[in-house]
Design a protein around this ligand. Structure first.
Ligand SMILES: [Zn+2]
Length: 113
């Protein structure tokens, strides 16, 4: 990737790499994408081939911060300890052990009262 980070350069690099395999390189574009940043602005013609490659890239994309969804609230914000930042639920083996312990303590305290 280029330095300093330039979204337009990244898009240009993606299109250049994908366009090399376009079976119909002279076909009319299906759209135009514009990028405006502090570094300037650029527009890119999107062919059907490039648009489909973008779709395939999105399907294969996995964000490094994606740790699944919370079983409690369905949120997507689990930290590296599988702790939900939205509702506080812990996941994984440690989270299950803690949840079992909390249920056991709660059951014992209701038995004693
Ligand atoms: Zn949650």
């Amino acid at each position: 990737m280029t330095e300093p980070f330039d979204p337009a350069a990244v898009l240009a690099e993606f299109i250049e790499r994908v366009a090399a395999y376009d079976p119909a390189p002279s076909a009319a574009p299906v759209g135009v994408v514009g990028v405006r940043t502090a570094l300037g602005e650029a527009t890119f013609a999107m062919t059907d081939h490039v648009a489909r490659a973008l779709c395939r890239a999105l399907v294969q994309y996995h964000d490094p911060h994606d740790r699944g969804r919370c079983a409690g609230c369905g949120g997507r914000h689990l930290d590296e300890n599988l702790h939900c930042r939205d509702c506080g639920r812990l996941h994984g083996i440690l989270g299950e052990v803690i949840a079992q312990h909390a249920r056991r303590v709660a059951a014992e305290s209701t038995e004693q009262t």
